[in-house]
Ligand binder design. Structure first.
Ligand code: ZN
Length: 422
């Protein structure tokens, strides 16, 4: 969870002092309406949900504030740069540093990498707004809605995988069915904020329509354990503005073939960090240093969404963020440290987890200090400090793996040597 900084408490205190003492009021140039939001007649349409609002509420907020995917989803999707911004509605969700669970919905100024499709719409925790009371008086509550999130889920029953899910509010303890009818129960959904991957039309249910949503339940019925809880839920149990919800796709029909999964990497102590075909398209990367600079690493130019595999067996030590973007550090069983950077998204592999060579650890992307989609791979012998740890030439190491002769990176030149693998 990215906890917002509790700077609003300070702003609020300053605001109150300003109201009491004139000199401070002159020094602190807060607007006269600090602590309240100003209502204006203004039309805003959210392309994610199709909703239109005729009123906007202008509130003071912290600068460069992160907007999140949902009030219960701490994925950053956008940034709000303005400090007097409009908001259209509020919703309750996760409790944040402001001491309450109110989140405000608006359109930010810039989208985060990989989230351009949302057009910067997202939720800001109330702690980032200078409001005297939350929710802000007069502002409407957001209507029941679904929100998209990037999440990798696979259904073993159909072999189909999804990388986007739709979260929504549902009744507690609802039944899931084998098909879009109420004949056979396969599982139960205990959570009341749940994700769904697609919808299907079937039998008309108590909600008066024939829309059913497909998801993985929290429990299976004993007769359907092998389905791992997957099943259809009648739309009547889902609190959404409309059914089917605007942007959720129809479930694939049974006859359609699922896309072929990426071929498994070859066995061995070391494997390529990418599917072989993707690696071949960036093989030119082996012929030069890390963009000619004095830095021992490799940049493999691959499109966003390319699977990234662990080169070695080892244990994930941490999520590496900042300039590395969505990255991972892995301590290899060989004693070396492997750093993978700029991923589009994680796949549920995190610190403490053991990985085997060829295990999917990330999807490549363009996050962090990255000018174009690529995978940055750096291999070092850990000596207690990343910057002084000696680095090995990934170029020659990867070429050896590619040629079917995997051997330890320590067999190749270290920092100071020639990394080019012609
Ligand atoms: Zn790089």
């Amino acid at each position: 969870m990215h906890l917002p900084l509790p700077d609003t408490a300070l702003r609020r205190r300053l605001g109150r002092l300003a109201a009491l003492t004139l000199p401070l009021a002159l020094l602190y140039s807060a607007p006269a309406s600090a602590g309240t939001c100003t209502q204006r007649t203004e039309r805003h349409t959210d392309p994610n949900t199709g909703q239109t609002w005729q009123k906007a509420f202008y509130c003071t907020n912290a600068d460069n504030t992160t907007m999140y995917a949902g009030p219960n989803d701490s994925t950053p999707v956008a940034t709000m740069k303005t400090t007097n911004s409009w908001f259209v509605c509020w919703r309750r969700g996760e409790r944040h540093a402001g001491g309450n669970n109110v989140w405000y919905y608006s359109k930010g100024d810039t989208s985060r990498s990989g989230w351009g499709g949302r057009k910067a719409w997202g939720y800001m925790p109330a702690v980032k707004l200078t409001t005297s009371v939350d929710p802000a008086p007069g502002m409407p509550e957001c209507r029941p809605d679904m929100w998209q999130a990037e999440k990798k889920v696979s259904d073993p029953n159909t072999g189909k995988s999804w990388s986007t899910v739709w979260y929504g509010r549902n009744d507690a303890g609802v039944k899931l069915y084998r098909d879009a009818d109420t004949k056979v129960t396969t599982g139960y959904l205990d959570s009341t904020t749940s994700w769904f991957v697609c919808y299907k039309r079937g039998a008309t249910h108590a909600g008066g329509n024939n829309v059913w949503y497909y998801t993985q339940g929290d429990r299976s019925t004993s007769a359907y354990k092998s389905r791992r809880g997957w099943g259809y839920m009648p739309a009547t149990n889902l609190h959404a503005r409309k059914h089917p919800y605007d942007s959720i796709p129809a479930c694939p029909s049974p006859g359609s073939k699922p896309p072929a999964p990426p071929p498994p990497p070859p066995a061995g102590n070391y494997v390529l960090p990418l599917p072989r075909a993707a690696f071949e398209r960036t093989i030119g990367s082996l012929t030069h240093h890390h963009w000619g600079d004095n830095y021992w690493a490799i940049d493999l130019m691959v499109p966003t969404g390319t699977p990234v595999y662990s080169v070695s067996a080892g244990v994930v030590t941490k999520y590496s963020q900042g300039t590395c973007g969505n990255g991972l550090s892995i301590k290899g069983d060989d004693g070396l440290s492997y750093l993978y950077c700029h991923g589009a998204r994680y796949v549920g592999v995190g610190p403490g987890e053991r990985v085997r060579p060829g295990q999917l650890i990330l999807y490549s992307g363009n996050t962090g200090a990255s000018g174009a989609p690529h995978l940055h791979l750096e291999i070092k012998k850990w000596v207690g400090n990343w910057s002084t740890s000696p680095a090995y030439c990934s170029q020659r190491f990867l070429r050896a793996i590619y040629r079917g002769q995997p051997q330890s990176p320590t067999r190749f030149p270290a920092k100071g040597g020639n990394c080019k693998a012609p």
